[in-house]
Design a protein around this ligand. Structure first.
Ligand SMILES: Cc1ncc(COP(=O)(O)O)c(C=O)c1O
Length: 441
């Protein structure tokens, strides 16, 4: 959306002030200055409207400023904003009960935090404390946040780590089972999960399994490029089931980071529900409270009880206003049947993108679950093409559609619209994407 010359560009004025006083480290995807938003749309300070398929990086699962979430938060602000660990409070308890009901299997006891990265740290402190073991295994390609421990786990891009060494120790990585770029050069249609043998090597040469407290995985890589783990056709077990067995065999805690994939994003409450695999510890944030600072770690009570009183804490974690927003967001997902809308809209998007794929040789892969969808762009040699993707995202933005990139070379387009996105909004986005593909081809 190019501004008419006669319109006063308020954004420029704000951007100059922003550059002076806001840390450059916290860079933005777009040079837009947001003013307001509702549902699937966001308006900048110039009054230009954008169809938002970024949703605050997969956070506003029920759309921007959902009236029921706004009302719940508004009411709570007038009653009780904060009490911290000084007292118990009712909404904390109600939310923990609700989370126990919607998370997989036996997970039933919650520790509340404010952000995903903080919750990742909490989950791993819990795993170390509960097992008495020091080491952690994570996956190459993963993203777990910006705290120092989460940075040490994160390998989706080297620039998240560079300049912060030495990072916390006791963390080891194996390659992610990324079928489109198989780390052990197998064919995903016939593989036997040969990539799983990387654990044998790790345990034989680098770290003993009985010293490992936890294996942490995003069930669907987010920042790493929207990648589902390998299925392993001939054995039919799937990577996550093998991981569960491995953890059980060695007494290792299986930790799923569902920060980006949770709360209906993949058309299930949690992505691990697709494979019916229950972790020992699960991390939640983003979609839980529609943009209010809220995160949590959930585990079986028997595990959580090993973390004795006072061994961890948070001044704001689980504050009453964020709890009210979370309860309202979860109620909207349930009442408006947003898991099934996510399934339906996700398949419309995947179908259309797969139809477009043969027309553009630079579309390498189209993949996703529910409304977490990725389009991998490649050059003539099949290598990641972040440059073309950047051009594509800019063309989409000019036409009024906000999309994010992800992947190791910023070469995967990430679509994470609201779970209540309508068919006509999906049609609008797909039309813009089609025009933009044409513009960059
Ligand atoms: C999978 C995953 N884990 C953890 C985080 C960190 O969350 P936060 O930015 O709320 O600390 C993110 C953020 O993008 C994420 O995608």
């Amino acid at each position: 959306m190019v501004l008419e010359k006669t319109v006063v560009d308020r954004a420029q004025e704000f951007l100059v002030r922003d550059e002076k006083h806001i840390a450059a480290a916290n860079s933005r995807y777009f040079e837009l200055v947001a003013e307001k938003a509702a549902g699937s749309y966001l308006w900048d300070v110039n009054g230009v409207r954008y169809l938002d398929f970024a949703m605050g990086i997969a956070v506003n699962n029920v759309g921007h400023c959902h009236p029921k979430v706004v009302e719940a938060a508004r009411q709570q602000i007038g009653k009780l904003i904060h009490c911290s660990a000084v007292t118990h409070h009712t909404l904390n308890i109600e939310l923990a009960e609700k989370l126990a009901a919607i998370t997989p299997g036996r997970l039933d006891c919650v520790f509340f935090n404010n952000s995903g990265g903080e919750a990742v740290d909490a989950a791993l402190k819990l795993a170390r404390f509960a097992t008495g073991r020091p080491n952690i295994v994570a996956f190459n390609g993963s993203f777990h946040g910006r705290t120092l421990l989460a940075t040490a786990l994160t390998t989706s891009k080297v620039h998240y780590r560079e300049g912060y060494e030495p990072l916390p120790s006791g963390i080891f990585h194996v390659d992610h089972p990324y079928c489109y770029r198989c780390p052990v050069k197998q064919n995903p249609d016939s593989c036997d999960l040969e990539c799983f043998d990387l654990f044998d090597r790790l345990f034989k040469h680098v770290v003993k399994p009985n010293s490992v407290a936890a294996i942490i995985l995003e069930p669907l890589l987010g920042e790493g490029g929207v990648v589902a783990p390998a299925v392993g056709y001939s054995k039919g077990t799937g990577y996550l089931k093998r991981l569960r067995q491995l953890c059980d065999e060695h007494g290792i805690m299986l930790v799923f980071d569902e920060v980006q994939t949770g709360f209906g994003r993949t058309a299930r409450w949690f992505a691990c529900d697709h494979w019916a695999v229950e972790p020992d510890i699960m991390i939640m944030a983003k979609g839980i409270a529609s943009g209010f600072p809220m995160a949590g770690v959930i585990a079986r009570k028997e595990i959580m009880d090993r973390w004795t009183a006072g061994r961890h804490g948070s001044t704001y974690g689980g504050n009453p206003v964020a709890c009210a927003a979370a309860l309202a967001s979860i109620a909207v997902i349930e009442q408006d049947r947003l898991l099934s809308n996510a399934e339906k809209m996700g398949s419309i998007i995947l179908e259309k993108l797969n139809q477009l794929r043969p027309r553009y040789s630079f579309i390498g892969d189209v993949r996703g679950l529910g409304l977490m969808i990725g389009v991998e762009m490649i050059d003539a040699e099949g290598k990641p093409d972040g440059k073309r993707l950047n051009h594509f995202v800019t063309e989409c933005m000019k036409r009024g559609l906000l999309l994010l990139d992800c992947g190791e070379c910023d070469h995967v387009v990430r679509l994470t619209p609201a779970l209540n996105v309508s068919e006509s909004e999906v049609g609008e986005a797909l039309a813009i994407m089609e025009q933009s593909l044409e513009a960059v081809s």
